[in-house]
Design a protein around this ligand. Structure first.
Ligand code: ADP
Ligand code: ZN
Length: 600
């Protein structure tokens, strides 16, 4: 039998295990259970695929995502692995044939949805064969708190009873402690070894900008860096999803809408195109979620504020699973802060639930307004400490300027107070800026001492002050009319006993001018033609076989080819991501391209 290291090299074409893959694999090899928490892109799949190949019998992978099974299995088959899936999309004959292979020991990996697995017929079938392991993917689906909850997952604890000798591994990219405890408890994995990795995603560059003109900002971002890259754009409402997708198409991008209100076939088609074609942008509500197992998503844009850091981290985490540079851009504005705050207030839950939701929202807002490293703050939220600023977020790359906003804050707070704490931000700002509009006159606010004391700041600048005062807890937003109200902590500030530094608005010229880091091109200009030729070759092979391009080779592997520029099979095999089977299938096609180019 082959050792894990041998399989890593020859089947997957990689030279080294990543931490903690080897330890996880050894645990399963020893017949013990494991619970693995690793961020997206960390390399969870190998943790069960390799022991399934190295141990006798077939490995059963339980995954909630029927739509993805086919792609996952095709990718394995291209690497020469005997893998299959059973789900409702298969015909009777196909099912028969797979069951036959299973009973005759001709499969190394079988993918199943939990409901399929739990059918008595399936369980009986599995009792008849040798099993190498059970892998429970997306294990956070057992958590009733999360939005991915699946009732079927709760019954998976029966595996332990029915197959006591088969090791189990549960995997998730969800970071928080409560979910981990729930997984261990509900899946009966308390005795399992726990592997908790750092949740840092160093290849993702976090950028958070105040909304100015969101379409212009988005366009600039796409044009600067991402013209031909695949990405996801999240919006809160279905209407905005559709408008945005349509508008992007008019701007010459391939942008597809995705939300729960679209017909199932449309959604499936859009997801399919996103996976198979290159450079497709999906504009989506959070309904486009877990199902995105695409490694080369180069950017995630949020056009609306996520309601918690957990949600933000999960959504941005869909970028850059392949470890290549990627960008997460969030645009947010005062209206988001107000809207989400109201959604919390209007929600059905108990007071305690609302309090928690409010705290989550505030943490999210805090992240937007900080002037220090975003990544340090994000990781800190997940109880992890990063010693040094990361150097790969907007605040590290272009440190934001701050200004002494104490006087402005006092003016604003006084004006809120003088207008009886019964008006929203727009009106208060009108009064500060000395507007004589109808509403101002109607309430006699042109007679107030605070009328016109804030002419030195623009409306946009005032909105930034309001936002930061809300985030820092000096102001609350209340009721249907989004009235601003002072809180207790205002007193020292109003008495002039406190200095308040605020974040300066980014300079328009530099705003949204993201750097080119996400453009993959550490490649020199003279290497571009070869890179393009290799991508073309990949595209053709993928089309012929009806699989997504990354199933043939990942971007990182193509770049490895450009750098190493192999002319022989032996040299090609040394490129990371080229295993025996792929060399056999694709080697000659790529070598033909490589030989067409002189070594630089
Ligand atoms: P996850 O399921 O944790 O999101 P994957 O299993 O999809 O992550 O792996 C992410 C990427 O990392 C894949 O492209 C995979 O091929 C690659 N990868 C995993 N392990 C290694 C390794 N030891 N060496 C090189 N690349 C790896
Ligand atoms: Zn940073």
């Amino acid at each position: 039998m082959n050792s894990p290291q041998h399989i890593l090299e020859h089947v997957f074409g990689y030279t080294h295990f990543r931490d903690p893959q080897e330890a996880v694999i050894n645990t399963l090899m020893a017949g013990e259970d494991a619970l693995v928490l690793m961020p997206t892109g960390g390399g969870k799949s190998l943790c069960y695929q390799i022991p399934a190949l190295a141990r006798p019998g077939c490995g059963i992978v339980i995954s909630p995502l029927i739509a993805l099974m086919q792609d996952q299995v095709e990718a394995l088959q291209e690497a020469g692995i005997r893998a299959a899936f059973l789900n409702s999309s298969l015909s009777y004959d196909e099912v028969q044939s797979i069951e036959h292979q299973l009973l005759h020991g001709e499969l190394d990996l079988l993918y199943l949805a939990p409901e399929r697995l739990l059918q008595p017929r399936t369980l009986a079938l599995l009792q008849r064969i040798q099993l190498s392991l059970f892998a429970i993917d997306e294990a956070h689906c057992v958590s009733q708190w999360g939005h991915d909850f699946r009732a079927d997952y709760l019954q998976l604890n029966c595996l332990h009873e029915q197959f006591p000798r088969v090791p189990r591994i549960a995997l998730t990219a969800t970071a928080d402690k409560r979910t981990r405890a729930e997984i261990a408890q509900r899946l009966d994995l308390e005795g399992a070894r726990h592997f908790v990795s750092s949740f840092d995603r160093p290849n993702i560059q976090y950028r958070i900008e105040p909304k100015d003109n969101q379409r212009r900002q988005m366009l600039q971002f796409l044009k600067n860096d991402h013209g031909s890259n695949a990405g996801v754009i999240y919006c809160l409402s279905r209407a905005k999803v559709e408008n945005t997708a349509e508008w992007l198409c008019q701007q010459g991008f391939t942008a597809l809408p995705y939300h729960a209100g679209l017909p199932v076939e449309t959604r499936a088609e859009h997801q399919r195109r996103f996976l198979r074609e290159e450079g497709v942008i999906v504009v989506a509500t959070i309904a486009f979620g877990m199902g995105i197992d695409k490694p080369d998503v180069r950017f995630v844009i949020h056009l609306d504020l996520p309601k918690s850091i957990e949600a933000y981290y999960q959504e941005t985490g869909r970028a850059g699973r392949d470890g290549e540079p990627s960008i997460a851009l969030l645009l947010y504005g005062l209206e988001d802060v107000v809207k989400l705050g109201q959604m919390v207030e209007a929600s059905e839950g108990s007071e305690e639930h609302k309090r928690q939701e409010r705290a989550r929202l505030n943490a999210m807002l805090g992240l937007c307004e900080i002037t220090s490293c975003r990544r340090q703050s994000l990781l800190h939220y997940f109880a992890e400490d990063l010693e040094e600023p990361c150097g790969n977020c907007d605040t590290c790359l272009e440190p934001p300027a701050t200004w002494d906003g104490s006087e402005a804050a006092v003016k604003l707070l006084s004006c809120v107070y003088r207008t009886s704490q019964r008006f929203g931000a727009s009106h208060v700002i009108d009064v500060l800026r000395g507007s004589e509009n109808e509403k101002v006159r109607k309430f006699g606010h042109d007679q107030l001492s605070t009328h016109g004391i804030g002419k030195s700041l623009s409306t946009i600048e005032w909105r930034a002050v309001v936002r930061q005062l809300i985030v820092r807890g000096y102001l609350e937003v209340e009721g249907e009319y989004q009235c601003l109200r002072l809180t207790e902590i205002c007193r020292p500030l109003l008495r002039g006993e406190e200095t308040l530094f605020l974040r300066k608005l980014p300079n328009k010229a530099t705003q949204a001018q993201t750097r080119n880091t996400a453009n993959l091109e550490e490649l020199a200009p003279e290497e571009q033609p070869l890179w393009e030729a290799l991508r073309n070759c990949r595209k053709q092979l993928a089309e012929e076989r009806g699989v997504p391009p990354y199933v043939v080779f990942h971007d990182a592997t193509l770049r490895g080819m450009v750098k190493a520029h192999p002319y022989t099979r032996a040299e090609l095999l040394k490129v990371s991501g080229v295993g025996d089977s792929k060399l056999e299938r694709f080697g000659d096609a790529f070598l033909a391209v490589l030989r067409d180019f002189p070594k630089l």
